[in-house]
Design a protein around this ligand. Structure first.
Ligand SMILES: CC(C)(COP(=O)(O)OP(=O)(O)OC[C@H]1O[C@@H](n2cnc3c(N)ncnc32)[C@H](O)[C@@H]1OP(=O)(O)O)[C@@H](O)C(=O)NCCC(=O)NCCS
Length: 177
């Protein structure tokens, strides 16, 4: 497989079952797939930011960025994005597809005018995309997170970076947070 053959596009209606299959297979459980379904059914879903990677017309990976709130110390709410989940079908993992997919998603989020993206993920993987520990921006650690270095942010527009406040997870995340 040549990475150049992998194409990226927003999800379509006929991808839904395949996305659930890829997500469940990647994580070895259905929780993250259910998260995708709940976000998709919510007002926080951004259709352009549910992105599928396909190879020869076959979906092999998926990433979802959805809207979430940041509340600053004055109570002012603003939109940021949450990256969750990202899944590469097990037989395609470790070949650079996840990285290309994430890079593509960051580019699309920037083009759509979003200011920043938060995630809970592996501290060895996401810094390569420009994610940094969120405490650099004085963003409070959610109560369910124990590892400070896993709660990360990528600022897309430094003029609008969130600072000194907390992320308010949307109801879709209730069962996973
Ligand atoms: C994590 C994942 C999206 C990465 O995509 P990928 O196409 O396999 O990864 P790439 O080939 O682009 O990059 C390989 C790197 O990812 C790392 N990696 C693979 N799985 C990982 C995981 N679960 N957590 C952290 N890093 C992981 C590898 O160690 C490798 O690191 P290196 O470049 O320093 O050697 C994919 O492996 C996957 O779907 N895993 C199962 C689901 C999951 O864990 N999702 C992310 C939750 S934070």
């Amino acid at each position: 497989m040549d990475l150049i053959e992998v194409q990226f596009r927003p999800e379509r209606g006929d991808d839904i079952a395949k996305i659930a299959e890829i997500t469940s297979a990647a994580f070895g459980q259905a929780d993250e797939s259910h998260l995708v379904e709940r976000i998709r059914a919510s007002t926080f879903f951004v259709p352009d930011l549910s992105i599928v990677a396909e190879l020869a017309g076959l979906a092999i990976a998926h990433v979802l960025l959805s809207r979430i709130w940041f509340r600053d110390r004055n109570g002012y709410l603003s939109d940021v994005l949450a990256l969750a989940p990202v899944s590469v079908a097990p037989e395609y993992q470790g070949r650079g597809i996840g990285s290309k997919l994430i890079e593509h998603a960051l580019l699309r989020a920037t083009e759509l005018g979003y200011a920043s993206i938060i995630l809970l993920g592996h501290p060895n993987y996401y810094p390569r995309f420009g994610f940094v520990p969120s405490d650099r921006f004085k963003i409070a650690l959610p109560p369910f997170v124990t590892d400070q270095s896993a709660f990360m942010i990528k600022v897309l527009d430094p003029a609008r970076s969130p600072s000194d406040g907390a992320i308010i997870y949307t109801p879709a995340f209730d069962d996973v947070c």
